[in-house]
Design a protein around this ligand. Structure first.
Ligand code: PGA
Length: 252
């Protein structure tokens, strides 16, 4: 455990209505009560339909809102059904998830993701850029090659690295209750850090999150890996109790 700020970022996916604000309210109440949680930052990435409503209700320094994807085109345009980073920013998003494997699997290319990151950074959104190998790549020892390709394919050296988080999410771990072995995960996070330091020519690389089946039970395994700056939490972030228990158990 370190004294550094740790990020607990919820990815609600396709979930929630106006009444779901109570989840955020309970999380906020809990962490506001205890000084020891000053060292954690909470972000909830919610559906676009809820951003504005939640933003108006939420009065908290500890909790921020984020979106889950955007169109690559900046501003406005003839893209039926799409939303740009500019529009999400106006609705109160401070963060945005980009390159999630669920979107990559629907045809998002490295180039499209790069354009999305570019337009999100222009809006000064914090970008949570997801990378991760699938099961076959893992089995064939191709994890590092895959991660390097994803990093090089969608990041640019000139990007503001202080506004970028890398979420390492092994695809085989998302929603499956399977998690990497602690040693393997530590090595992968170290590899990503080294690769990013080299890429950005710095020794202060973007923050690295882990995502994939994080829950109140397994969070203790992750807390022993100091190199992880936080977590991207899917299913368990749809319940205030589970989300709070994750934070509670992390700091136990
Ligand atoms: P999960 O999802 O926590 O439900 O595995 C993580 C994610 O998709 O970001």
């Amino acid at each position: 455990m370190t004294n550094n700020l740790k990020y607990f970022i919820g990815n609600w996916k396709m979930f929630g209505d106006f009444g779901s604000f109570k989840i955020i309210h309970k999380i906020n109440q809990y962490i506001s009560k205890n000084k020891k949680f000053n060292k954690c930052k909470i972000v909830l990435c919610v559906p676009n339909t809820l951003l504005d409503f939640f933003n108006k209700k939420l009065k908290s320094q500890l909790v921020s809102l984020g979106a889950q994807n955007c169109h690559q085109e900046e501003g406005y345009g003839a893209f039926t059904g799409s939303v740009s980073a500019l529009m999400l920013k106006k609705m109160g998003a401070k963060y945005i998830i980009l390159g999630h494997s669920e979107n990559r699997s629907e045809g998002e290319t490295y180039g499209i993701i790069k354009r999305k990151i570019t337009s999100a950074l222009k809006q000064k959104l914090n970008v949570i850029f997801c990378i991760g190998e699938n099961y076959k790549e893992k089995k064939n020892g191709k994890t590092f090659i895959t991660l390097r390709k994803q990093i090089k394919g969608s990041l640019e050296k000139k990007f503001n690295k202080n506004k970028i988080f890398i979420a390492y999410e092994p695809i085989w771990s998302i929603g499956t209750n399977k998690i990497p072995k602690t040693n393997e995960l530590r090595n992968t996070i170290k590899f990503i850090k080294r690769d990013l330091n080299f890429f950005f020519n710095t020794n202060k690389c973007p923050k690295i999150l882990y995502g994939g089946s994080v829950n109140p039970k397994n969070i203790r395994l992750f807390s022993s890996i100091a190199e992880i700056d936080g977590f991207l939490i899917g299913g368990a972030s749809q319940s205030s109790k589970k989300f709070i228990d994750i934070i509670k158990n992390y700091y136990k």
